[in-house]
Each structure stands twice: as structure tokens, then as C-alpha cells.
Ligand binder design. Sequence first.
Ligand code: PAF
Length: 283
Amino acid sequence: MQVIKTKNQLSLILTEERSKGCNIGLVPTMGALHQGHISLIERCVQENDICVCSLFVNPSQFNDKNDLIKYPRQPEKDAQLLREAGCSILFMPDEQEMYPEQDTRVFNFGQLEEVMEGVYRKGHFNGVAQIVSKLFDIVQPNKAYFGQKDFQQLAVVRKMVEQLSMGIEIISCPIVREKSGLAMSSRNALLTLEQKEKAALISKYLIESFTFVSTKTPAEVTGFVKKSINAEPMLRLEYFEIVDGTTLQGIHDWTDASCVVGCIAVYCGSVRLIDNIVYKNAD
Ligand code: PAF
């Protein structure tokens, strides 16, 4: 695996590979890799001649500076995990390399960014779009891989690719869970053992809520999840919404959309966790 720190060097290598007819896959990450990331890398390795993983903790997507400072970092361990997973290139730029000057671009994703994460993390998706568009420009991948845990991020990235006519195939990969059901996240490293146990209740209630779909309305299922989480003293619900999986707008009836997803954000101590459950899928 090559470890590359500059855009120019990466572009040179990838131009050469592309001229040989190689397909390029990209897995953008902020590091602190876990099995969820590794599942993306493995799929990228399988489906492309070259798998590029970017590791960059992007300041422009953090609306809370403390969150940025606290974000777990373990670059050496990450490099080792990527080597073992068969990654071809690790792109690990520093801030100066990615933002030689302030990125003042403002994206508009309309109603996709006016709900859920967009409400509670103002500017977050603009920052995600800034860094992902830069990475897409540098790598020019055929395919890019994102985890379905960040459901809204996937919708926003798809929209950006469409708006900018980037012609990149966005691949959504399933959530990977711990044995307890807790969705894998770099932020789990910040939880104490006791908090980790309590955080597993998030997925427990989501899975339980799935069993009510045939007998309860979306509003009733929403009520069940909210009440269950609110009854846990170590958990603080930020939002739970049942939405159309394409438009991300709330639904009133299960027949309102062909894909229906329940998205949740919960604080466990000071750690903010997100998860989701697909109640109904178009495919
Ligand atoms: O999902 C993430 O880890 C980040 O939002 C991403 C896509 C790597 C952009 O910084």
C-alpha cells in the first residue's frame, strides 16, 4: 500500500493507472477505522483495480469545535488495517493540503438538508460536500463507497454528484453492527463500557419498532421509539423521524413512499450517535 500525502502525487499516480485502463474506487473516511469502514474497503477492493482510501478529519464539517478536538485519531493503526484489507493507496493529506485557502463554496441541497442532521448540525453537509467534492476532483473515481449509517449523508452526496454531473457511481454499504447491535462508529471509542451497553438499546428499540409496522401507524411507531429512548436515563434523544428514504421528508402513512426509513440521533453522555432502520425498501 502506498501512503500519499499530496494531491499532485496522488493525481500523477492515478492518471498513470487510468491510462492503463484501471478502474478506481474511493472510500472517503475520517479515520479511526472500524469493521464498518473495512467492509467498504473490502467491497471497493473487490470491485475496482485500485482502491484509494482517504483519511482526513475534515474541520469544515464540524459545527462544534470540541467535537473536532475530541474526534478519535489513530493513523498508524488505520494504515495497518487498510494494508490488511488490501487497500492500494492511503491518501492522508494535512489541512493545508486540502484547504490552502478557505473554501467559501456554498452548496444548496434544498429539503435534503433542512431536516434531521441538517437542523441539529448547521453547515455540516456543506462541509461534507466541500471535502467530498475536492476528493472526487482529485481521485476521479469510477465508484465511491459510503456507509448507510450516515443515511442523510448518502442522499446529500448523491445529490451533489447529480448537481455537478460528476458521473461517479455512489455505492451504499450496509450498516455493520457490534454483537450488541450497536452500529459501528468511530465515536463508539469515546464511550465507557457502561455507556456502550446503554447505547446498544438504540438499535434494540429500532429493531423492536420494525415489528409494529404492520399494526401501527408511522406516528405510533415514532411514539414508541421516542418513549423507549426517553425512559433511559443515560440516553438523550435528539430526533427520531420516519421519512421517505429518497426525499427525507416525513411520512404519515406507510404507503406514502416506496422506501421508508427511521433515522435517529441520540446522545449517550457527551457522545452523539446516529443510527437508522429501513422499514420498507423499493428494491
Ligand atoms: O462519513 C465520513 O466519515 C465523512 O463525513 C466523510 C464522508 C469522510 C467526509 O469527511
